[in-house]
Write a protein that binds this ligand. Sequence first.
Ligand SMILES: [Zn+2]
Length: 145
Amino acid sequence: VTLAGGRRVPYPEPTSAAATRIGKGNRRVGTVIEVQLRSELHRRGCRFRKDYPIVGADVRVRPDIVFTAARVAVFVDGCFWHCCPEHGRQPTANPGYWGPKLAANIERDRRVNTALTAERWTVIRIWEHEPIEEAAGRVVLALRR
Ligand SMILES: [Zn+2]
């Protein structure tokens, strides 16, 4: 973990096996749904960019999927890291570490949404728990608008 100014803070020791599982599990699942969503969109004939940097006046971000012409930016959000209302339960271990970290994630998500919307982007956020069909459907709908 690196703070502004380059000071490095040691990663806290996981105090329980459960907390370790939560962290690792969410990262893995998040990657899987990204891949599945991309291939489902591809199957439906949508052509997009991945790792495409959007640089605006107030924002610099690489959404997971970007439709440049339609100005649609898609983010796949992990339930844990982005505090999904259904599964985003905060770990009881190391609350002093996780609390501010997760709050900062949510705050950043909000800032990104606001900045992109101000620059006429349509922002779509997909939860990692969403069924792929449903998620792809939401993206396609936004592309038609
Ligand atoms: Zn969830």
